[in-house]
Design a protein around this ligand. Structure first.
Ligand code: NBP
Length: 505
């Protein structure tokens, strides 16, 4: 039993993320009190980790845990997102947590839950929601941290967040990745910043995850297109991705893709592991939440939604196996130059990726209006440069774009990205045509191009759509030669077909 209140911070939930984050914090010299519902998990954690620089204090119950913390107490919760978070908060409030104490939910909570919790627990504690990205390794050696909530509460945890976050090099913006247990990275710019009030941190983390979905799906489509069209072996594909990682596409996801593709199968060492993995993907919900939110707000995040659907379609494995016996595809097979297709797929990947990020940032722009947040998009891109799964050279360019113009309406309109799409779009279209002719599904590539072509079109066929809606449902229409907000209806059923102006007042 620990009776001295000398721990700098407390952490509840010692599964993968909690365990690693606690060690990261302790490595930076902070004393961490830890608690886990299942006691033997906590005890095993303490036993396995003696002598961390800051020190760990194992607590047998929440009263002991709360008593171990310096005031104002700072408690990180890293339990399964959902009802467990409320259970833990309620238990903390019954165990001595006071008004000035700060509870930080670092799980993948739905941002609307964070907004609700901030209100619900107001006056009982100060509540923050912080996105944590980077998985297990990020938590251990430097994640990207996206905190939201009451600003003064954030200032209290800022020194810890700055210490434990991933760091990027001041000049190049590249992640500094040489942390070791007990020897963390301390120099460089921390990948964390105050995001905004109430649920802003969790919202931005959710969009980060959704962009991650598209990034992964695009890479998978690039892999599959090259594999199918050129009949390449996994090791050849690994070399291609490794080469791509030296240019504009330099990123953690491209790097791990190359590594995965080079891995031999432990069961069959003559074969590659990836060729023996089931083509059925799961998901945990952040991509779906983003898609639902985008639909609610009326924002066209085509590629994000397609990336979620692609996982759903992949999971219909049995149906697909059956359908493959009945549904005919084309007989076309690519006969062109190998290197040209490799180059074109790289361009297609780059252009589609620009569209995916454009959609994510466009969505956040709309969300800040709805929720009265003031999001700093350059800062958000900055903190995604290191620690998180989507870390990439590309993020530096996004940061520069929003630094040039903080009010940039769409990333594709930034001169740098505009030029990149201009350079790559012929190849992008070629790749999509190869995919379509070959019968290879490439939903993220295709939806990204549709987004690009739709967004850059002064005219879309929604004029006809207005006519159709008015014809069958008297939904009215606006005209190009009248001010916006002036509505008309055609009396389609009568012989005279008179047009009347509708006054909605
Ligand atoms: P899990 O999401 O698997 O949650 C397991 C932890 O929650 C255990 O410590 C468990 O305690 C505790 N817990 C549960 Br379940 N119900 C509880 C309750 N009612 N009261 C107290 N504790 C309870 O752990 P994780 O994968 O480490 O993720 C933690 C959070 O971080 C999640 O929100 C996750 O979405 C998020 N996240 C995860 C990753 C990742 O890569 N895994 C990345 C980024 C964010 P027990 O030991 O007693 O069962």
């Amino acid at each position: 039993m620990n009776s001295v209140a000398n721990a700098d911070v407390g952490l509840i939930g010692l599964a993968v993320m909690g365990e690693n984050l606690a060690l990261n914090i302790a490595d930076h010299g902070f004393k961490v009190a830890v608690f886990n519902r299942t006691q033997k998990v906590m005890q095993s954690f303490i036993d396995r980790n003696p002598g961390t620089p800051g020190g760990l204090v194992g607590c047998a119950n929440l009263h002991e845990f709360v008593s171990a913390l310096k005031r104002p107490r700072k408690v990180i919760i890293l339990v399964k997102a959902g009802p467990a978070v409320d259970t833990v908060i309620q238990e903390l409030l019954q165990s001595g947590i006071e008004t000035e104490d700060i509870i930080i939910d670092c799980g993948n909570s739905l941002w609307t839950d964070t907004i609700r919790r901030e209100k619900e627990y107001s006056g009982q504690c100060r509540f923050l929601g912080s996105g944590v990205s980077g998985g297990e390794l990020g938590a251990r050696f430097g994640p990207s941290l996206m905190p939201g909530g009451e600003f003064h509460a954030w200032k209290q945890i800022e020194p810890i967040w700055n210490s434990i976050a991933a760091k990027v090099d001041v000049k190049s913006g590249k992640p500094i990745e040489n942390a070791q247990p007990g020897n963390p990275v301390n120099e460089g710019v921390p990948c964390t910043t105050y995001i905004g009030e109430n649920g802003a941190g969790h919202y931005v983390k959710m969009v980060h995850n959704a962009i991650e979905y598209v990034d992964m799906q695009l890479i998978c489509e690039a892999y599959f297109l090259l594999k199918q069209s050129l009949n390449l072996k996994s090791i050849e594909l690994s070399e291609i991705f490794s080469e791509w990682n030296k240019g504009d596409l330099d990123s953690y996801l491209i790097q791990i893709t190359s590594d995965i593709l080079a891995q031999s199968d432990p069961f069959n060492p003559e074969e590659f592991l990836v060729d023996n993995l089931l083509d059925s993907a799961q998901q945990k919900g952040t991509g779906k939440w983003t898609s639902v939110n985008a639909l609610d707000m009326g924002m066209p995040v085509n590629s994000i939604v397609e990336a979620v659907f692609a996982r759903y379609l992949s999971s219909l494995k049995n149906e697909r196996v059956e359908a493959s016996k009945h549904l005919q595809g084309p007989t076309y097979s690519y006969q062109g130059n190998r290197n040209e297709l490799v180059r074109a797929v790289r361009e297609a990947l780059h252009c589609s990726k620009i569209c995916a990020y454009a959609q994510g940032f466009q969505l956040m722009r709309q969300a800040q209006v709805e929720h009265h947040w003031q999001l700093d998009f350059a800062a958000i891109a900055n903190i995604w440069r290191g620690g998180c799964i989507i870390r990439a050279r590309f993020l530096q360019k996004i940061s520069e774009a929003f630094t040039r113009d903080a009010k940039l309406v769409n990333l594709m309109l930034d001169p740098y990205f505009n030029e990149k799409i201009k350079q790559g779009q012929a190849s992008w279209r070629t790749v999509i045509s190869v995919a379509a002719q070959s019968g290879i599904a490439a939903p993220a590539f295709m939806s990204a191009l549709a987004y690009y072509d739709g967004y850059r079109s002064e005219f879309l066929p929604a004029n006809l759509l207005q006519g159709q809606r008015d014809y069958f449902g008297a939904h009215t229409y606006e005209r190009i030669d009248k001010p916006r907000g002036t509505f008309f209806h055609m009396d389609w059923s009568s012989a005279s077909r008179e047009q009347i102006t509708i006054d909605f007042d």
